[in-house]
Design a protein around this ligand. Sequence first.
Ligand code: MRU
Length: 351
Amino acid sequence: MRPTIEWKEGKIVLIDQRRLPLEEVYLECRDENEVAEAIESLAIRGAPAIGVAAAYGVALGLLQVRPEEDLAARFGQIIGRLARTRPTARNLFWALERMKRVFEENRRLPCGALALRLVREAQAIEKDDLERNKKIGLLGRELIRDGNSVLTHCNAGGLATAGYGTAIGIIRAAFEQGKRIHVFVDETRPFLQGARLTAWELDRLGIPFTLITDNMAGWLMKKGEIHLAITGADRIASNGDAANKIGTYSIAVLARHHRLPFYIAAPLSSFDFSLRDGGGIPIEERPSVEVRAVGGCTVTLPHVPVRNPAFDVTPGKLVSAIISERGIARPPYSKSLRPWREKNEEELSLF
Ligand code: MRU
């Protein structure tokens, strides 16, 4: 399988996630605008993958700068364009921050050399994300027992990251360990990331799974057919409140009611320690057409009022554990996440 994002001599090549699973089409982006449009249209999506794509977008933008242009002003425009794409995933801003630091530290280099330094940084962010995911997988697999059925929501797999995945990375690592597991995949309305992307990935990996509609999870939990739930996250506050795909909160409530563990898996690049709780997480509202239609087929009257918040925030108190590349944290998160915050600050100061 080709990587989610591939750097190829002056452009990036992305698998177009809007067209999966029926078509495997690749999209090329040559400047920051094309990358920004790919992020906005969900051709590339998933918090860590958005961060990696944006980092490449910065490098591509800088490669296009003409000698007569004001470098600092142009750099500011490139960062601004990418920062306005999607508001919720912390990884986007984390990656842009990292690129900004490298830009500032290398300002004295000639423009071409500086652009190449930024390409290398984007490549490092990509490699780093893959390694973080593999660590999350190894740590988190211990939470899954032989014979377990696991519910997941949206897509937190290789497509949503530089590769391997976070929530799916854990499932994958448990499966590779020889555990007999079964995955229940929520279809994830409105954009169907579960039905289209997670099902596609699990099918390719040979991991047994069953696709369900989002409203079936509660009943299957009641019948004892689901033993635990794992999702990814787009932004996690200091107290463990976690934004993830709309519908995640409902799963957490259902899991608590049925006394089942609900886990969140995410790299440190998804944590926002500037937020004490999830109240400050910006929630993206997406176009109403995504709700009015399923797979391009309109399912309601054109004038009915529609809401389409793309994410919700699950309170930390409903999360049994958070798994990152640093380990497994348990409630109370205001205390257990503190060492991760220090590590995060230490890492950011090194870039
Ligand atoms: O709107 P999307 O598809 O970008 O939303 C993605 C999710 O909610 C994922 O669960 C999250 O980004 C974690 S991906 C490892």
